[in-house]
Design a protein around this ligand. Structure first.
Ligand code: 7PJ
Length: 266
């Protein structure tokens, strides 16, 4: 069994392939399965270690998607990528994860941290898949209304420590698990900045940390720019410098180049 830190050396890039009509930054471009598969193959060629395929938008305000609709979106993409591109399945649903893992997916990226579907932990335990546990305060529909913390880094770390214990108690090997502060999931701009600034508080839990900040609205709040690529690269490099292992990004080529330079200097 290869530990997640061996499979994903620091830094590794996770490419985002949203198979959704409504994701805030790339909504609609990958709805066609051939287009989504082409995006994934391009991301692999650009240096992604894995591509994260998702059929449920979790952006602020988004409504849940039915099981049938989520399967209809992602399975044709996974069939096209099988044996060719390493895949992470972005889902909270056990049945979606089960079908994706049967099609060769190696990582389950669950933004609910195993709180969404009581059967998901068992699926991950039985298959030996890698798992990312992400922090979210509230639910996507309402999470940005008035997010509050006593101490955001300590609160998020306490949550992730509890979800890590839950996962291990469910039979998932600790060395297969990564943790994620969930940038933008029930957080203000200042909360997001502080979580990256104080990433050491999460690293103290002893697991690799995944950070997803690519094209998120906090970056627009800071820069006012329409094009969030420079801001995304800066934030990813800052997270890497503070110890992040996996960076989840839309623009793989630019992030791989920037992280190659940052890691050569480190
Ligand atoms: C994240 C995610 C993130 C993990 C999204 C977007 C919004 N999964 N899914 N971490 N964000 N693990 O694609 O920008 O930050 S959806």
């Amino acid at each position: 069994m290869i530990a997640i830190e061996q499979r994903f050396p620091r830094p590794s890039v996770m490419g985002i392939v949203n198979v959704t009509p409504d994701s805030f930054s790339d909504g609609g471009v990958n709805v066609d399965p051939d287009a989504a598969a082409a995006t994934a193959r391009r991301q692999l060629a650009e240096g992604a270690a894995i591509v994260d395929v998702g059929g449920e938008s979790t952006r602020p305000g988004a409504a849940p998607v039915s099981l049938d609709e989520e399967l209809r979106r992602v399975l044709p993409v996974l069939e096209r990528l099988q044996g060719e591109v390493p895949v992470s399945i972005d889902t909270a649903k056990a049945e979606v994860a089960r079908r994706a893992l049967a099609l060769g997916a190696e990582l389950v990226n669950d933004v609910t941290a195993l709180r969404g579907d009581p059967d998901l932990a068992g699926v991950v335990a039985d298959t030996g898949a890698y798992l990312c546990l992400m922090h979210m305060q509230g639910e996507p529909r309402t999470m940005q209304e008035d997010p509050r913390y006593d101490d955001v880094a300590a609160d998020v770390a306490r949550f992730l420590e509890e979800r890590l214990s839950f996962a291990v108690d469910a039979g998932i090997a600790e060395e297969r698990i990564a943790l994620d502060p969930g940038i933008g999931f029930g957080k203000t701009v200042e909360h997001n900045l502080e979580l990256i600034r104080r990433l050491d508080v999460l690293l103290a839990l002893g697991r690799p940390v995944l950070v997803g900040v690519s094209r998120k609205s906090s970056l627009r709040a800071l820069t006012g720019a329409d094009d969030l690529l420079p801001a995304s690269v800066a934030a990813a490099v800052a997270a890497y410098e503070r110890g992040a292992t996996i960076l989840r990004v839309h623009d793989v080529k630019e992030h791989v180049e920037a992280l190659t330079v940052a890691s050569a200097i480190a």
